[in-house]
Ligand binder design. Structure first.
Ligand code: ADP
Length: 622
């Protein structure tokens, strides 16, 4: 199925979509940064020292040039020892400064990275914590599909931690250095300072134009890139279908078209980017030339304080002023990304209304519920808009087995979803042992219920870990006993690694039995079986049926199955048609009523070729 879907409908991201401002972004980030405030203070202190060090070259060269110049103009020529002293002093200061600067940069980067990595970890932990609390309906909403949610979380964490890094490792040191350099320039000569300042708005303007032209392109490149990687993933996942339908060429052609699009987009962004980068370098050079001309002119007219050394001094300082501005564009882009992605990310963290509700009603520890569910006039619509249950009234009797029958899509699994409090009904009431479901402590309620679905989730891990999921504190003997009851023990011990084998390598039917073993281990008073033997072979089905029949005793069981054999010996039966209960009673009573159940029953018997089976059985027994 996967290769035929259109993977291209990614959330188009642009600044226009983002409602979050920089203030909101920083405010959202603040609680995650404050635990590291001492690290921040240390980083800032190092940043400031680093910025001071960045100006040392200019100051040293200024002095050195002037001293050497003075030596050259001494009457009667200079003495070599004097010249050597100057050179040694320059070397010691410059090399010493480099060593110190390297240490400071190292410290500052390490501290900055430590903050970034820790903030990223805290954000991940918080978001996982959060989504685990969300109600099931959240995950059925449009836009919250696993892939999209994952992208939103990954991108959010990445761009938010990048913001932290940009701010503390890149922007702050560069801008502090730029401001210091400007102050020094003004202190030496106001006119040179003014020329350097005049270049800054031109830079900002070019960056803004570049930002406007690049806007959209970067996200288009990102979108295509996502499609490409999704596409490859889809191909790998669907290899069997692709090969059996001989669709290799079609899939390759789809990828080729995307690659072409990606190449064009990348070239276009590079073209725009190089054009503006070139322009900025040109403006920077103009600035440098203007500063050389101005300082040289001031030296020539003997302006007070202007010596030959000042030409070098100002040129080097100007380089410190223009360096951060050259980075503006990248920072602008990153910030735009962060604004867009942070919005989606903080949206997840702040979705208080999505947190699963829990009542306070508990059973005493060790006490078991009776298991009497009553549904009265229940209406339920999924967040997608499917009206799944209509005016549904039914009673699930305690200690008995109730079968839910109906065609696919009739709403049988939805009932189980509501009884497990995965969803809340739109109207009507559901009670367990007379207590409304919403008053029940959700954890306590779910402890009472064992759920076996048609497609059970097997976690990556060993078979033992997967069975133990039902009750983490179970002894090994209890785990093995559960496996025996689910008729999986013999097959597991035959594997090279036994119960330590990877559970994901088991077949569908074996995984089903792992899920049943998990339920046996949990040993709950209420059991919901939603097509529990759908992927089992006939022998396994019979074995599991026997185990389930044994565990059923004294428990409330709801069984959903298309297999008539599994429902025929239930105590009561409800027949559902498009979310509505159309028949109820014991299986024999309902069959006698005729209607949908009889249709399903008869069709099932015919499809099983029941007459022929009976004939064969009769012949062989004769
Ligand atoms: P049954 O178990 O009888 O086959 P379900 O209870 O699974 O039927 O489904 C009832 C209706 O609700 C169907 O139309 C189905 O498409 C829809 N439905 C089931 N699960 C969801 C979901 N998570 N989100 C949206 N619609 C759903």
């Amino acid at each position: 199925m996967a290769p035929f879907q259109n993977p291209g409908r990614n959330r188009r991201v642009s600044t226009a979509e983002s409602k979050m401002g920089i203030g909101g972004l920083l405010k959202g980030l603040l609680p995650y940064v404050t635990p590291y405030r001492w690290l921040l203070v240390a980083t800032l202190a190092l940043t400031f020292i680093g910025s001071l060090m960045a100006q040392v070259n200019a100051v040293v060269l200024d002095r050195a040039v002037d001293r050497i110049n003075a030596l050259l103009h001494l009457d009667g020529g200079f003495q070599w020892p004097d010249a050597a002293r100057i050179l040694v002093t320059i070397s010691v200061i410059l090399l010493g400064k480099e060593v110190l600067a390297a240490l400071i940069t190292f410290g500052q980067r390490i501290f900055g990275e430590k903050i970034r990595i820790h903030v990223s970890r805290d954000l991940s932990l918080r978001v996982v914590d959060r989504i685990l609390q969300f109600r099931m309906a959240y995950f059925s909403q449009d836009g919250n599909e696993p892939g999209k949610l994952q992208t939103r979380i990954d991108r959010g964490i990445m761009s938010l931690s990048n913001t932290v890094k940009n701010f503390f490792i890149d922007i702050l040191p560069l801008f502090t250095s730029a401001v210091l350099a400007l102050v020094l320039m003004y202190a030496a000569n106001v006119y040179v300072g003014l020329v350097a300042t005049a270049i800054i708005p031109v830079y900002f303007w070019i960056t803004a134009v570049q930002g406007r032209r690049m806007k959209g392109w970067r996200h288009r490149v990102f979108g295509t890139h996502q499609q490409l990687s999704h596409g490859i993933l889809n191909i790998i996942e669907s290899m069997g279908v692709i090969k059996s339908f001989n669709r290799e060429r079609v899939e390759a052609a789809k990828q080729a078209a995307l690659q072409e699009q990606s190449t064009d987009q990348q070239m276009q962004t590079r073209r725009i980017s190089f054009l503006y980068e070139g322009l900025k370098t040109f403006v920077e050079q103009i600035g440098t030339v203007l500063i050389i001309i101005l300082t040289a002119y001031l030296v020539l007219i003997d302006y007070p304080g202007m010596t030959i050394g000042k030409i070098m001094y100002h040129v080097l300082l100007f380089a410190n002023v223009s360096a951060p501005i050259r980075q503006l564009h990248r920072i602008y882009d990153d910030l735009n990304d962060a604004l867009v992605y942070a919005e989606g990310f903080f949206g997840i963290l702040e979705a208080e209304q999505e947190v699963e509700e829990s009542g306070k009603w508990k059973v005493e520890s060790g006490e078991r519920v009776r298991g009497c569910f009553e549904l009265r006039n229940v209406e339920f619509t999924y967040p997608s808009g499917t009206h799944a249950l209509r005016d549904l009234t039914m009673t699930i009797l305690p200690g008995q087995t109730t079968a839910l029958v109906g065609l696919s899509g009739a709403g049988k699994s939805t009932i189980v979803n509501l009884l497990d409090k995965f969803y809340t009904p739109d109207s009507g009431t559901i009670t367990l042992d007379g207590i409304p479901l919403h008053e029940w402590d959700t954890r306590v309620l779910r402890e009472q219920i064992g759920l076996v679905l048609q497609k059970n989730h097997i976690f990556s891990g060993t078979i033992e870990e997967n069975i133990r999921y039902g009750r983490p504190d179970a002894t090994r003997e209890e785990v093995l006993e559960a496996a025996r009851k689910a008729y999986i023990y013999d097959q597991v011990v035959a594997l090279p690694d036994g119960f330590n084998s990877n559970a994901l390598q088991l077949s569908g039917g074996q995984q089903q039995r792992i899920a049943i073993a998990r339920m046996f281990l949990k040993d709950p008073p209420i059991i919901f079986l939603d097509e529990p033997t759908a992927s089992l072979d006939a022998i396994a089905t019979e074995q599991i049926k026997n185990s389930i029949d044994a565990i059923k005793q004294g428990r409330t069981v709801i069984v959903i199955s298309h297999n008539i054999g599994q429902i025929i010996d239930s105590d009561q039966l409800y027949v559902l048609d498009t979310g509505h209960c159309v028949q109820s009673g014991t299986p024999a009573e309902v069959y006698r009523q005729g209607g949908l159940y009889k249709d399903i029953f008869d069709a099932s018997a015919r499809s099983m070729n029941a007459d022929k089976i009976a004939e064969t059985l009769e012949e062989t027994s004769r």
